[in-house]
Ligand binder design. Structure first.
Ligand code: IMP
Length: 205
């Protein structure tokens, strides 16, 4: 079934900019939920990034379906996995210590929990899953990660969330020290979106 456009289930302007850049050559209109005139109260009660991304995309797809709009809906779910903490905070990254707790406090807490832990045990990754729900109900997911280590202090002014404590040994820099274009090029979200673009092309969207 041919879709008329892509709708990305996010309210985040940075994510919209990134997806527009990456998906531009598909030649399809790309809208945010707001631009598509839909919203939904979504409870992310999945146990994996995949489940949560599909929950978000499906909820918006259902709303668009009610309006008779034939769109492919994309949604993302992402987070930070720290090996030493049994992959915490994982799918709870945004909710770690409470949704309204500042990242200065969350980051300080994670550094404290890793006190005395040597470099080789500080391994961590940002994970991103992109889900696609087609108008005929077919669902696909892609996953990508960027590997790094939890640093010993906060560094850098760019990025958001856990970027100031995420050290990238290959670059000798913290994630929050990368220029935005550079981060998009190597990030978990950028890579998962590129993978999803391949799926959309393959499915002759
Ligand atoms: P969501 O997928 O937008 O719900 O976000 C998940 C959470 O994971 C964010 O609120 C951040 O705490 C964290 N996170 C995901 N990606 C990144 C990143 O690129 N840098 C820093 N933190 C991130």
């Amino acid at each position: 079934m041919k879709a008329d456009k892509i709708v990305f289930a996010t309210g985040n302007a940075d994510k919209m900019r990134e997806i527009r850049m990456i998906m531009a050559d598909l030649g399809l209109e790309i809208q945010s939920m707001k631009e598509a005139g839909v919203d939904a109260d979504i409870v992310e009660d999945g146990k994996t990034f995949e489940e949560n991304a599909v929950i978000k995309a499906s909820a918006i797809a259902e709303e668009l379906g009610k309006k008779g709009v034939k769109a492919v809906v994309l949604a993302d779910d992402s987070g930070l996995e720290i090996d030493y903490l049994n992959r915490e905070p994982g799918i709870y990254s945004a909710r770690y210590m409470g949704e309204n707790t500042s990242y200065a406090v969350k980051n300080a807490s994670l550094i404290k929990r890793l006190e005395g832990v040597p470099d080789e045990k500080r391994t961590a990754r940002f994970v991103c899953v992109i889900a696609a729900v087609f108008p005929d109900g077919r669902k696909f997911t892609t996953r990508a990660a960027i590997e790094g280590r939890i640093g010993y202090e906060e560094r850098g002014q760019n990025g958001f969330g856990y970027d100031p404590i995420f050290y990238l040994p290959e670059y000798g820099l913290y994630s929050a020290e990368l220029e935005p274009e550079e981060k998009n090029r190597i990030s978990h979200r950028g890579k998962a979106l590129e993978e999803m673009k391949k799926v959309l092309k393959q499915e002759r969207l």
